[in-house]
Ligand binder design. Structure first.
Ligand SMILES: *[C@@H]1O[C@H](CO)[C@@H](O)[C@H](O)[C@H]1NC(C)=O
Ligand SMILES: *[C@@H]1O[C@H](CO)[C@@H](O)[C@H](O)[C@H]1NC(C)=O
Ligand SMILES: *[C@@H]1O[C@H](CO)[C@@H](O)[C@H](O)[C@H]1NC(C)=O
Ligand SMILES: *[C@@H]1O[C@H](CO)[C@@H](O)[C@H](O)[C@H]1NC(C)=O
Ligand SMILES: *[C@@H]1O[C@H](CO)[C@@H](O)[C@H](O)[C@H]1NC(C)=O
Ligand SMILES: [Zn+2]
Length: 464
């Protein structure tokens, strides 16, 4: 669709121009420029195992998870931590037991961690408060510390962020995202019995999101301190409703927010290097977004960090230097989030499960599942990718570090103003290759191919 929009705009420009100058007709059609090597890139399609795993994702499980979370009344980070029936402590116990039950089906490949820390008094916290993330880790087979994370926040809020007492059902925000983490843990634990992932996958439910991304920030910093190579984080926050506030529905689209320049580069000389070669749209974050858009249908990439003035747990991972994207339903209904449960002039306010579309939520889980499984089954993104600038040539010579877990490599490229990779050139199991296309005229990347046929996201070359 974007291709043809571009074609229409440029062709109408050309037809206008060519009526003035007939010579201009001799130029190539804009959709075939630049001419370059390789075949048209066919998006990676799910294999039989992935298709079967995705078909096992259950909207009725998602409904049960959300309704159980809502039954705890409030999951405010400031709510009761010891009651077994009401408050965030009851929710934590429930999630931990669900993960434990799932881990027991994994043949020992999955374990469960409750990661707690104390948030000192101050800001929204009248007293020092224990904050707990809970996550399941599905161990990969590769001899590396490569990890992918899928996460939702299990804390909730009503109109008052510091109200730990009154109801805050949090069905959509963010029971829906928690349900994605749990349901993916379930189907992937099962699928890993026959085909374990190459990389490790963490299925997370974090707390303290509504008080400033506190839980996810702790988790991301722990991973960074431990030197874990987090190559992708998928944040699901408000992914449970397909209905806009005017009543129209959009059940086949999910927004994916994808930042351009990594926040860790801002204020450093890396920004000048990136902008200097036109790589603003080729950060590891954009490559992750491009990969998700390639392997999963229904995704609407939005090239900005988040909605205007809003944020989420993906930002904690971005701040730790990890690529991360955020999924959010296509049209939010603001009467149903961050609102006390009440009726005003006949209008029901509050984040109630009656406003959820569990089939939509399951579709979002499938998008995440296709992306996460494809990432974890593929080799990692190639590292130290460089494009030689020592000699002036119309060819491009790319180099990268060879990964023993990759069977071969491919150079991918696209015209610099297109969103997705369009061409692919297989180059074998090498650490350097030259293609007949100038890096001045196209965006290029290197992706690794596994013996199982799965392809990694592309690594983009800097000058070198
Ligand atoms: C899907 O679920 C069925 C029934 O539980 C199971 O037999 C099958 O192995 C599952 N498929 C995958 C890929 O997990
Ligand atoms: C939490 O709930 C339990 C059980 O109802 C109650 O005994 C306890 O006092 C509550 N704690 C706080 C801090 O309100
Ligand atoms: C869970 O497994 C991971 C990966 O093998 C390991 O690093 C971690 O220490 C384990 N955690 C627990 C709580 O057993
Ligand atoms: C670049 O390509 C053009 C057209 O094929 C050719 O005329 C020119 O000599 C080439 N330059 C170099 C440095 O190879
Ligand atoms: C450019 O690449 C082509 C194909 O690999 C090769 O035949 C040609 O000699 C190269 N030219 C230069 C100047 O490196
Ligand atoms: Zn949220």
């Amino acid at each position: 669709m974007r291709l043809s929009t571009r074609a229409v705009i440029l062709l109408s420009y050309l037809s206008l121009a060519s009526s003035q100058n007939p010579l201009i007709q001799d130029f190539l059609s804009p959709d075939t420029w630049p001419p370059g090597p390789g075949q048209a890139l066919v998006p990676q399609a799910p294999n039989a195992q992935l298709t079967s795993m995705l078909s096992n994702i259950s909207s009725s499980n998602i409904e049960t998870i959300i309704n159980t979370l809502v039954s705890f009344g409030t999951r405010s980070t400031l709510s009761n931590q010891t009651s077994r029936t009401r408050g965030i402590g009851a929710a934590l116990t429930y999630l931990q037991s669900q993960f434990n039950q799932i881990a027991s089906t994994s043949g020992g490949r999955m374990n469960v961690t409750v990661q707690s820390f104390t948030q000192p008094a101050g800001g929204s916290f009248p007293v020092a408060t224990k904050i707990s993330n809970v996550f399941a880790t599905l161990k990969g087979t590769e001899n590396s510390n490569r990890v992918y994370v899928v996460s939702g926040h299990y804390d909730s809020r009503n109109s008052d962020d510091s109200d730990g007492v009154n109801d805050a059902p949090g069905a959509d925000d963010d029971g829906s995202g928690v349900a994605v983490s749990l349901e993916l843990a379930r189907v992937m634990a099962q699928a890993s019995l026959t085909t374990p992932p190459k990389a490790t996958i963490i299925f997370a439910c974090v707390a303290g999101e509504e008080q400033g991304l506190i839980g996810s920030n702790f988790m991301a910093q722990q991973l960074k301190t431990a030197g874990i190579d987090v190559q992708g984080m998928l944040d699901n926050d408000i992914v449970g409703s397909s209905t806009a506030d005017d009543g129209t529905t959009d059940p086949f689209n999910i927004r994916m927010f994808v930042q351009g320049i990594p926040p860790t580069e801002l204020g450093t000389s890396q920004v000048a290097d990136r902008v200097g070669i036109g790589a603003e749209n080729d950060s590891p974050i954009r490559q992750l977004g491009r990969f998700v858009a390639e392997v999963a249908n229904n995704v609407q990439p939005v090239w900005r960090p988040d909605r205007f003035g809003r944020g989420g747990d993906h930002q904690s991972f971005l701040s730790a230097g990890f690529p991360a994207v955020r999924f959010t339903e296509p049209h939010e209904n603001f009467a149903h989030q961050h609102q006390d449960v009440r009726v005003v002039n006949g209008v029901q306010f509050g984040d109630l499960s009656e406003f959820c579309d569990f089939e939509f939520n399951a579709r979002v889980a499938k998008v995440n599942g296709a992306a996460l499984w494809s990432l974890a089954q593929a080799p990692g993104t190639p590292k130290n990718v460089r494009s030689n600038t020592n000699v002036q040539t119309n060819n491009s010579t790319l180099t990268w570090t060879v990964d023993p877990n990759a069977a071969s490599y491919e150079i991918v490229w696209r015209a610099s103003d297109l969103p997705q990779w369009t061409n692919v050139v297989p180059v074998g199991k090498v650490g350097s290759a030259t293609i007949q296309l100038s890096h001045d005229n196209a965006q290029m990347g290197v992706r690794a191919v596994g013996a199982n046929g799965y392809r990694s996201p592309a690594g983009f070359p800097f000058s070198g």
